[in-house]
Design a protein around this ligand. Structure first.
Ligand code: NAD
Length: 498
């Protein structure tokens, strides 16, 4: 059986790992490979490799670092089919979604190719007599990223793409559920010209995470995953003196105004609530139609639409979505459906108990649709992270907008309308980090930044874009004086004094 190893100092190694995790094929439900699970010794080894490589990499001029990123982008394109197939085989998302996963990461690499421009500092000429001030951004040194299972290509690239372009060395601790693509990315970075030790991958679970959070030579940690762990990572990392950004869970709402284009709305919810089996932090699992007529039309048409969805193995080009990542995750989703029923919501379509012929042991679950979900229900308040759409009816835009604003999560929200003023006001007021106007999954492009509010993100810096550059660098400001003439004849004047 295939055994996946760490990637430290440019080499595959088992290191000091004494435990192994199982990598499933969610289509068949069978174990397809094993992955070693590291701890303190492996993190120490990765930090040593990173520390050895980083000073020279930081001293490499930014154009040369950019060339490595350009080459890496080419390699991603050349290997797209292989990466997508590997990703689908461990995650379960369909091939088109896996390509999207790689593509959205690739776009961050494209952004990172602009690093010579992005790292340009600030300059003030003549801040005092003979005094100029300049500010530069310098890399932090060794930094780390801890990533979730649901975007095993994109999210690592959000992090290491920017960090490495800025001159840091990186340690990636990917999800132990689908860790093969992150290792392939590290191999491709090496092929692209990144020196040994600049991108290390250490597999593991809490033990490896804790080793990262307490290692004194790791200066910053970026985390993406569920909220309780994000909060833990934020608290532990900052208590250990690190810069931390920790993105958490989500429950995004889509508000449907009576004037919305209902054809578009139905197509958008079909993709954003059920695509990738709902395992996206920017999925749209809550629909809030305004007024009885809008709600009745939406629910009726959505029910029909759900009936047309095809669930299949991840290589099936006809499948709308594939299996979820694990049997435990499917059970969790089914438990939430049961909870919703017990809480009194109307289960119009029940996706539980789906068995796919020939793949009876795969982790499949059909699409579910709930109507008349109420804000005080636990199944509404928590993240389900599966192919389940919950309809919460509202009587006014004000009432509808309060739902995402008051929810514990604040990743994204969308509004569907033809009314520009209503959309504008909604975007201004809603208490979440990312807003879509007739856009169901408003994931910002790479040169903007990605980040939610409330329990969807801890820390104050977003992922990628200009905020990513800020996160992985520190500012140094130099005040220099080159007096004209004899220094002894000139008194030093601090600019603010005169
Ligand atoms: P998860 O929290 O279980 O795991 C994330 C990472 O934390 C993994 O690398 C895992 O090994 C590690 N981890 C797990 N348990 C740990 C523990 N007890 N202590 C320390 N580390 C631990 O998340 P997941 O199931 O892999 O991913 C799904 C979650 O990620 C969902 O909640 C989803 O909303 C969220 N997510 C958020 C964003 C965002 O940007 N806000 C993006 C993608 C996914």
């Amino acid at each position: 059986m295939r055994q996946l190893q760490h990637f430290i100092g440019g080499k595959a190694t088992r290191g000091a790992a004494t435990r192994d995790g199982e990598i499933f094929d969610p289509n068949s439900g069978q174990v397809q490979a094993r992955v070693c699970l590291g701890g303190v010794d492996d993190i120490n080894a990765a930090v040593e490799a990173a520390k050895k490589a980083q000073p020279e990499w930081a001293a490499t001029n930014p154009q040369r670092r950019a060339r490595v990123m350009f080459k890496f982008k080419e390699l991603l394109e050349a290997n797209m089919d292989e990466l997508a197939a590997l990703l689908s085989s461990e995650h379960g998302k369909v091939i088109a979604d896996s390509k999207g996963d790689v593509q959205r990461g690739l776009e961050v690499i494209e952004f990172a190719c602009g690093i010579p421009h992005l790292l340009k500092g600030e300059y003030t000429e003549g801040a005092g007599p003979g005094i100029d001030i300049y500010a530069m951004r310098q890399p932090l040194g060794v930094v780390a990223g801890i990533t979730p299972f649901n975007f095993p290509a994109m999210i690592p690239m959000w992090m290491f793409g920017i960090a490495i372009a800025c001159g840091n060395a990186f340690i990636l601790k990917p999800s132990e559920k689908d860790p093969s693509v992150p290792v392939r990315l590290a191999e491709l970075m090496l092929e692209a010209g990144a020196p040994d030790g600049i991108l290390n991958v250490v597999h593991g679970d809490k033990e490896a995470v804790d080793a990262i959070l307490t290692h004194e030579d790791i200066k910053a940690v970026s985390f993406v995953g569920s909220s309780d762990i994000a909060h833990y990572v934020y608290q532990t990392g900052t208590a250990n003196g690190k810069r931390v950004q920790a993105m958490g869970g989500a429950k995004n709402h889509g508000i449907i105004m009576p004037d919305a284009d209902m054809d578009q709305v139905i197509a958008d919810f079909s993709g954003s609530a059920y695509g990738s089996a709902g395992e996206r932090c920017m999925a749209l699992p809550v629909a809030v139609p305004i007024g009885k007529d809008t709600a009745d039309e939406f629910v009726g048409r959505m029910q029909e639409e759900v009936g047309k969805l095809t669930v299949g193995i991840s290589t099936d080009p006809e499948a709308h979505y594939g299996p979820v990542v694990s049997a435990a995750h499917r059970q969790k989703i089914e438990d939430y459906i049961e909870m919703g029923v017990k809480e009194g919501a109307d289960l119009l379509v029940d996706g539980r108990g789906l068995s796919l012929q020939g793949n009876e042991d795969g982790f499949f679950i059909g699409p579910s649709l709930f109507d008349n979900v109420k804000p005080d229900m636990q199944s509404y308040q928590e993240e389900i992270f599966g192919p389940v759409l919950q309809v919460v009816r509202a009587d006014s835009l004000e009432e509808a907008a309060r739902l995402p604003s008051e929810h514990q999560y604040g990743n994204g929200a969308a509004i569907f309308t033809r009314n520009g003023l209503a959309a504008r006001q909604f975007a201004q007021k809603v208490n979440v980090g990312m807003v879509g106007i007739n856009v169901p999954i408003p994931v910002p492009v790479a040169y903007h930044t990605f980040g939610g509010w409330k329990r969807s993100a801890f820390g104050d810096t977003n992922q990628h874009g200009p905020e990513g550059i800020k996160f992985y660098t520190k500012v140094k400001t130099v005040t220099q004086r080159w007096p004209d003439g004899d220094v002894a004849d000139q008194s030093f004047i601090i600019p603010t004094m005169q």
